[in-house]
Design a binder for this molecule. Sequence first.
Ligand SMILES: [Zn+2]
Length: 306
Amino acid sequence: MRWTLGRRSQNVEDRRGMGSPRGMRIPGGFRIPGGTGRGRVARGGGIGGIGLIILLVAAWFLGLDASFLLQGGGPVEAPYTDSQPSAPRSAEEDQLAEFVSVVLADTEDTWRPLFDQMGEQYQDPTLVLFTGEVNSACGFAQAAMGPFYCPADQKVYIDLGFYDDMRNHFGASGDFGQAYVIAHEVGHHVQNLLGIAEQVQRVRQQVGEVESNELSVRMELQADCFSGVWANHADRARNILEEGDVEEGLNAASAIGDDRMQRQAQGYVVPESFTHGSSEQRVRWFRQGLESGQLGACDTFSAERL
Ligand SMILES: [Zn+2]
C-alpha cells in the first residue's frame, strides 16, 4: 500500500503506555454498564502462551463484538492510570502508529465527500491507541477484545499488538490487511452516524439470541462492505493500492471469519453463534464494497444471501 506520503490525521489520541502492559492479564470478563455481563471471555486460571494469544485475538471475533457489547454511556469505573509511558517504543511500532494515522486520515477524506453527496455531515471519529487496557465511554476494555468502536464517544480503540497476533497466529499479514481492520471499525462509525447502529441495537434487544446474532452478522458484513467502499474511493483518489494489496485485504477478511476463528479456538464451528460472518461472507462483502464503491451495494440487511 502506498501510504508514506499520505496525510496524518489530527484525530489520533495516543494513550499507549498508560494502562498495564498487554499480555499481562488473563481477560476476566468485563463490565457492560447497565448490561447483563454477556461478555464471553475465558476466566482465570491456567491459560498461557500461545493459547492465551489465540484467545486474545479470537475474542475480537467470537461473540465479543465490542461495538455492541459495549453500549451505552453509563459511568465508567476503573479509570486508566495516569502513569507515564513505561517502556520505550520500537521504531517499528512508531511506524505502525503513523501508518494507522494515515489510514484514519484517508477514511476521513473518503467519507466526508460521500456524506456530502448524501446531504449528511461526516464527523471525524477519534482513534485511540492504547496498550493492554483502556477506559472508553462504553466501559473498561482490554486488548483481549481486539480493536473496537465505541458509539458513545465515537472513538475507535486499538492496541497495535493486535497486528502481531493477526500476523503470527492467523497468517494475515501486509499493510493493506492492517488498513482493512481500521477501515472496518470506521465502517461501524459510519453505521453509527447514519443511525443504522441504533436501529439494529433496538431490534436486537427485542429478539432472541439466534436472531440477535444474525443481526450482528449483517452489521459486521456491512462494516466489511463499507471498508471496501473506502478502499475503492481511496484508490481512485489517491492511488493507494499496490500489487497484492487486494489479496491482503481479502486474506485478512477471510482469516478472521467466525468459522475459521471458531475452528482455531474451539475445534468446531457453530454457525448460529456467528456474530461476524464466515470467512467467505466477509470476503464477499468486502469485495462487494471494493468493486462497486457504492454504499447502496452494502445493504446486508435486505440481502437474502449473505
Ligand atoms: Zn466489527
